[in-house]
Write a new protein. Structure first.
Length: 545
């Protein structure tokens, strides 16, 4: 998903989200219950950097929205604290011998308004996401289902999608090919249900998070939302597993500045800093390392710059190559990000099975080769000197993103003689600009949605969706299609590696580093460890009394 992105986020950070102050008890305090009896209520104070771009599971594409969706909704499965899928809305899952048909038996569960969660809610939600009229960027995540891609691309009908509510408690799904990670996919927010009764009567239910029609089925309800200020989540008493949810209240401030969030954390007004909610101020990393409070974990994510190959300058492969191989990744990590990231010389992160060993498709900080590529590109563009290039680098507002951009900007100027202008915008605006193709070079982060390399490669299978490069390649697409049908794991992995090699040979992106997840938290906070994908499940979080 896009990490800030968002997609994308420094050091496993998400980068992107926006600013201000929230009410509620600070420091994870335990307020007395309203009637003065029973256990004290537990609250936790967090921050994000901006309004979530979407409050609809099928329209969300970024880590900010995803962090809210995973608390307010729940799919057939949910990832446990180690990132393993476990039954959630599905009480039982049966898989046919050919591994193509999944039959889900739903548990007794309710929406936050008391309606039962039904198989029809899942069928409705998945087909809504695939309806091309709804323009869900993540619709392709459902393409593993038979008939899904044809419906979404206008070549088939809704009736062809092999998702059927057999009855209120039974959902049957047929896949195109055996998909070993399908249980992980059904934990992802594109696969969440929506209350079909409410959505059919009120199609715009998701546009007013404070309205009576904003109904969820997750461990928390969205109690209040104040744009550019705060979000408050409350424990959902209707949730099937509410007895195992420790927190009563989650207060989420919107704080755009990493420096401001750091001060709030140091003063006890925030209980947690780090992905997937916000980013730790880079200037504080050394101190957190020294005092032993910094948590560092390798994360399935790639921080990159994307090139718009339809731009008159960036359509030139040699220019893209020059910019990519000139970046001093080691120097950036040592002097700027300081989060133990690994230099990125490919698209797929090293945490993915089969891709554990780094493949150097190019040599980082290879100035001599970069100058050769630049000279070729200038000649092809009819230019005589690097100073004639007009290049703009865009990023979503973040002190960390700015520091990275400035480091790379200075390197391109010093080593290649290219003047690069920097421009930034708030997360939601930035995503809209990327999607519209209003960029030459843009910051992007992709954090894994499930533990398989194809999650990174499939972004660039076709135009649209989350492909903000506008790059496509028929051979690349065919390799991904063939890999989807391949049952031999080694042969499949080789196909995916071959696809990555094609991708990197054309430089539609400049990979910069592979993420690490960085976080610090108050000593009272328990069970907020990130999984390998960078998720933190608030369902499992607790405050020590």
């Amino acid at each position: 998903m896009k990490s800030f992105k968002s997609l994308l986020l420094l050091a496993g950070l998400v980068f992107a989200l926006a600013a201000c102050n929230f009410g509620g008890d600070s420091g994870g305090s335990e307020a007395d219950s309203a009637d003065g009896e029973g256990e004290p209520e537990k609250s936790i104070n967090l921050s994000i950097t901006s309004d979530p771009p979407s409050f609809h599971p099928a329209l969300a594409t970024d880590t900010t929205s995803g962090a809210i969706m995973s608390s307010v909704f729940e799919g057939l499965t949910r990832l446990d604290p180690e990132g393993n899928p476990e039954p959630a809305m599905a009480e039982n899952i049966e898989v046919s011998e050919d591994e193509l048909t999944y039959t889900y038996t739903l548990r007794d569960a309710e929406w936050s308004n008391g309606d039962p969660v039904t198989a029809q809610d899942f069928e409705f939600a998945w087909k809504w996401a695939l309806n091309p009229e709804n323009a869900s960027d993540y619709a392709y995540q459902l393409y593993y289902i038979k008939g899904a891609e044809a419906y979404n691309t206008g070549e088939g009908s809704e009736d062809d999608v092999a998702v059927t509510a057999v009855d209120d408690k039974t959902l049957e799904v047929t896949l195109n090919n055996p998909t070993p990670f399908f249980d992980e996919l059904t934990a992802f927010y594109t696969y969440y249900p929506v209350n079909s009764k409410v959505a059919e009567e009120n199609p715009d239910w998701h546009t007013d998070p404070n309205g009576e029609n904003y109904i969820g089925n997750g461990p928390f309800t969205l109690d209040s939302f104040t744009s550019s200020d705060s979000i408050v989540l409350k424990k959902n008493d209707s949730y099937w597993d509410t007895d195992n949810v420790a927190l009563n209240t989650v207060n989420i401030d919107m704080v755009e500045s990493e420096a401001t969030a750091l001060k709030m954390y140091q003063s006890g007004d925030l209980d947690y800093l780090g992905s997937p909610f916000n980013t730790i101020d880079l200037n504080a990393l050394n101190q957190f390392k020294e005092d032993g409070t910094l948590n560092v974990r390798d994360q399935a994510g790639t921080y990159m710059y994307v090139f718009n190959v339809e731009d008159e300058i960036m359509q030139n492969k040699n220019i893209r190559e020059a910019l990519t191989i000139a970046i001093d990744r080691e120097g950036l990590i040592e002097n700027v990000t300081k989060g133990e990231q690994k230099p990125g010389t490919g698209l797929v992160p090293l945490t993915m099975e089969g891709f554990e060993e780094p493949t150097e498709y190019f040599k980082s900080n290879d100035i001599e080769a970069a100058k050769e590529a630049l000279d070729k590109g200038l000649e092809e563009l009819g230019l005589n000197d690097p100073s004639e290039l007009k290049i703009s680098l865009s990023y979503n507002t973040s002190e960390a993103h700015a520091a990275i951009a400035q480091f790379i900007q200075q390197g391109w100027k010093k080593d290649l003689g290219i003047d690069v202008s920097l421009n930034n915008s708030e997360w939601q605006v930035y995503l809209e600009e990327l999607d519209a193709g209003n960029h030459q070079v843009g910051r992007y982060g992709w954090l894994g949605d499930f533990n398989d390399p194809v999650n990174f490669l499939e972004i660039y299978k076709a135009e649209g969706g989350n492909n903000n490069t506008n790059w496509t390649n028929e051979e690349y697409t065919q390799l991904l299609n063939d890999a989807a049908k391949e049952t031999d794991p080694e042969a499949r992995t080789q196909m995916l590696k071959d696809a990555e090699e094609i991708f990197m040979s054309e430089f539609p992106i400049a990979p910069i580093y592979f993420y690490t997840n960085l976080s610090v938290h108050d000593e009272k906070v328990k069970n907020m460890k990130s999984d390998p994908l960078g998720n933190v499940q608030l369902k499992y979080a607790d405050i020590e009394q």
